[in-house]
Write a protein that binds this ligand. Structure first.
Ligand SMILES: CC(C)(COP(=O)(O)OP(=O)(O)OC[C@H]1O[C@@H](n2cnc3c(N)ncnc32)[C@H](O)[C@@H]1OP(=O)(O)O)[C@@H](O)C(=O)NCCC(=O)NCCS
Length: 145
């Protein structure tokens, strides 16, 4: 993987929103990213290569739990270990602050993401029925302890 992982800043909001539009059916707006990137309880990292953002991951710290908000890799850069690297980095960084439990929600049909999370030690602990408003798909709730 050619690229550097670094902490995201407010200046990355446009590029992150653009990447979200490519990666998700319900992307976050630039405004949502600006809000996230100025939230003190949130932490975002991006991967940049040749000045272009090709991936990002985010987490909220809630007492001793890390809530992974999102993870995305540009389609041209998938299956090269980047998603795993960013998730590992989030877990490592939050672990330094004593956060050893992590949770997230994922669409029940999202096999690449579920594959990645299981590889990283996450386990399915529940279901939120019809959680996603675009197609009423269920969300799986995953935890890693
Ligand atoms: C999910 C996502 C972030 C994975 O990123 P990635 O950089 O391609 O993943 P990696 O190359 O690090 O893969 C790590 C592991 O994930 C799993 N995985 C990745 N892609 C997969 C696929 N298409 N099918 C099944 N498992 C897959 C594998 O276990 C893989 O390990 P392996 O290479 O040893 O087999 C990427 O597919 C993506 O951005 N998807 C769209 C956005 C999204 O759905 N985000 C998750 C929201 S909850």
């Amino acid at each position: 993987m050619n690229g550097i992982i670094r902490k995201a800043s407010i200046n990355d909001a446009d590029a992150m929103a653009e990447l979200d539009r490519i990666c998700f059916t319900l992307p976050w707006s630039r405004q949502a990213f600006l809000h996230e990137l100025s939230n003190e309880a949130a932490f975002y990292i991006v991967t940049a290569t040749a000045g272009k953002i090709i991936g990002y991951a985010g987490m909220w710290s809630i007492i001793d739990e890390g809530h992974i908000t999102n993870l995305a890799v540009h389609p041209e850069h998938r299956k090269m270990g980047l998603g795993e690297m960013m998730l590992s980095e989030m877990i490592r960084i939050s672990g330094e602050d004593g956060i050893l439990k992590h949770t997230l929600e994922v669409r029940a049909s999202n096999e690449p993401a579920i594959g990645l999370y299981k590889k990283m030690g996450f386990k399915i602990s529940g279901i939120r029925k019809e959680y996603y408003s675009d197609n009423m798909e269920d969300a799986l709730i995953l935890w890693r302890e």
